[in-house]
Design a protein around this ligand. Structure first.
Ligand code: B1M
Length: 210
């Protein structure tokens, strides 16, 4: 088995320590950081995303795989920056105002990073103005909003409204998700996409920047 396949397979299993060691070994052997990222780490995370979508694995497995991905990426980050490997786009993500649930939001963040996005994580209880100001100041192409409470869903409409008021609505895609949401709600508030899970959110985000 090649070292890149080993990285991929161990990432799928969430073996962070082994992934870290293999990533360092691959770099020491002269394999480029880009190859290690794309054919090792991202290839593994892509399988994790597919399995999660098909309910073949669940949240804990995704979280350990994502931790392994983060550990591996830490080694690669300075090398990738030096090699000028650019991210495919910039996203800001957060759980909307009044809402403290962040497990789903964190999964979406990880899947986005797995696809090569630079992600600004605004955390939880994020004001609509913060989403929009971040997108404006940081040049994000996409805003991702998460809500788990029926009482906080309405804050997503405010994000859309503030984006209009700030004059950036045509420059930014607004994606929404979270257990109580529906496609109909997304359309009703004028957002660009509702996705039911983290892997689909990452796929749709890629389609927006292509
Ligand atoms: Co809360 N809670 N909670 N809670 N909690 C729910 C959501 C609830 C359904 C439980 C219930 O009553 N059955 C209920 C909401 C009812 C409603 O509004 N209709 C509820 C309630 C009422 C509350 C409190 C009000 C309870 C109280 O204090 N009385 C309180 C509110 C606090 C607040 O936010 N202000 C509260 C608190 C908490 C905890 C702090 C204890 C904890 C959160 C811990 C944390 O997140 N760090 C918690 C938890 C864990 C839950 C449940 C049990 C699990 C939520 C979860 O993490 N699911 C939940 C019941 C349930 O869902 N079974 C519940 C797993 C996660 C992976 O799924 O977040 O849906 P989810 O994310 C998915 C997709 O939705 C999608 O991708 C993810 C992965 O595929 N997705 C996106 C999510 N965000 C996306 C964004 C996107 C795209 C896709 O952007 C583009």
């Amino acid at each position: 088995m090649s070292i890149l396949v080993e990285i991929k397979e161990n990432l799928i299993k969430g073996k962070a320590k082994i992934v870290t060691g293999l990533v360092q070994q691959a770099i020491d052997e002269g394999i480029s950081a880009k190859e290690v990222l794309e054919e090792g780490l991202l290839a593994g995370m892509s399988v994790v995303g597919e399995k999660f979508q098909k309910n073949e694995i669940y949240v804990p497995e995704v979280l350990v795989a994502a931790r392994a991905m983060n550990k591996g990426t830490e080694i690669l980050k300075p090398l990738l920056a030096a090699a000028g490997v650019e991210s495919i786009g910039k996203v800001c993500i957060g759980t909307v105002r009044g809402d403290l649930h962040d497990i789903g939001k964190n999964l979406v963040k990880m899947m986005l990073e797995g696809k090569g996005f630079e992600v600004i994580d605004l955390g939880t209880d994020v004001a609509p103005e913060t989403f929009v100001a971040t997108a404006k100041n940081e040049g994000c192409q996409i805003i991702c909003c998460s809500a788990l409470l029926t009482t906080t869903m309405s804050a997503m409409k405010e994000v859309v409204d503030v984006a209009i008021a700030e004059g950036i609505r045509d420059q930014v895609k607004i994606m929404v998700g979270g257990a109580p949401l529906t496609d109909a709600f997304c359309k009703q508030i004028g957002a660009d996409a509702y996705t039911p899970d983290a892997a689909t959110a990452a796929d749709v985000a890629v389609s927006f920047v292509k």
